[in-house]
Ligand binder design. Structure first.
Ligand SMILES: [Zn+2]
Length: 301
């Protein structure tokens, strides 16, 4: 069990909803794909570090601030004598190393993550020092994807490529590590300092964009969905979902996209394209959410 677990960022969830409900530009689609891929890479790395026998304290996805400078760390492991932190990259393809950036044969470039790593190291060290801890720290960039190849890379750099990950994990496990209250205190303080609301994701502007209304299938995202008894049936993938579960899912979408708006029966009715009756929506909302007000003035949270 990680000390601090990774959860899918709200902005990533919002972006995924918007992908289905509005027209994204080609750039926005590419950007979303890179965000999804990045998140998947981090989750993949989480699964590997959870297998460590030496049981370090695991802090996933920390957004921290020192002075007025904010920084993000994908994964941190507190061992007895060292804090190891990781920047996880899920790049794919063949690239040529350059201190500035990695270049692909076709001319694409990726910024060298070494700068980000160095910056995080300086800031994390400063933060620990401010808190009064003198725990050595070591940072690495993990290239999690086996389909990524980097030519001409100097071997002394703190990079871990996919075929090296297992060996690196074994090395971490080879040292005995005893965690005590002091380590738990550091982990607790870092977790408490995590900036929950901060996001680096740039969402497409959707407040005034025409959003596509209608029921979305939970499996294949098709809008070709119609009611059948107490369920919704998708005519594209054939899956069926209870109206109850679908309504709660649409409420989640509305809450994510419009956190300031009140959830009303009408709002949900229009959001799902009118395929579920107001009466049923009202009953479901009443069952799971707190109701305020009466009749047409009722809203739920
Ligand atoms: Zn479907």
């Amino acid at each position: 069990m990680p000390f601090k677990a990774r959860i899918e960022p709200d902005d990533l969830k919002r972006f995924k909803i918007l992908k289905e409900r509005m027209e994204l530009t080609a750039d926005e689609k590419r950007y979303l794909l890179s965000l999804i891929k990045g998140f998947e890479g981090e989750v993949q790395f989480d699964l590997l570090i959870e297998k460590l026998q030496s049981k370090p304290l695991i802090l996933n996805d920390l957004f921290l601030e020192v002075g007025n400078t904010k920084f993000q760390i994908d994964s941190s492991l507190i061992f007895q004598e060292t804090l190891h932190f990781f920047e996880v990259k899920n790049y794919e393809g063949d690239y040529i190393y350059d201190p500035e950036n990695f270049r692909s044969v076709s001319g694409k470039t990726i910024q060298n993550p070494l700068d980000q790593l160095k910056r995080s190291k300086v800031l994390l060290r400063q933060l620990l020092k401010n808190l009064g801890y003198n725990l050595p720290i070591e940072g690495h960039v993990v290239f999690i994807n086996p389909e990524f190849l980097l030519y001409n890379v100097p071997p002394e750099l703190p990079f871990i490529f996919s075929p090296q990950i297992n060996r690196f994990m074994k090395k971490l496990d080879s040292k005995s590590s005893k965690i005590n209250q002091w380590h738990i205190k550091i982990a607790s303080q870092l977790a408490a300092m995590h900036l929950d609301k901060l996001s680096l994701i740039k969402l497409p502007s959707y407040q005034r964009a025409p959003l596509k209304l209608g029921p979305i299938c939970k499996v294949c995202n098709s809008f070709f969905v119609s009611p059948k008894g107490h369920s919704l049936l998708c005519h594209d993938c054939g899956c069926s979902e209870t109206a109850e579960s679908a309504v709660l899912r649409y409420v989640e979408e509305l809450k994510l996209l419009f956190p300031l708006r009140k959830i009303t029966t009408n709002e949900v009715f229009y959001w799902c394209g009118g395929v579920i009756s107001r009466k049923r929506i009202c009953k479901i909302l009443g069952k799971y959410l707190q109701v305020h007000g009466v009749h047409q003035w009722a809203f739920f949270d």
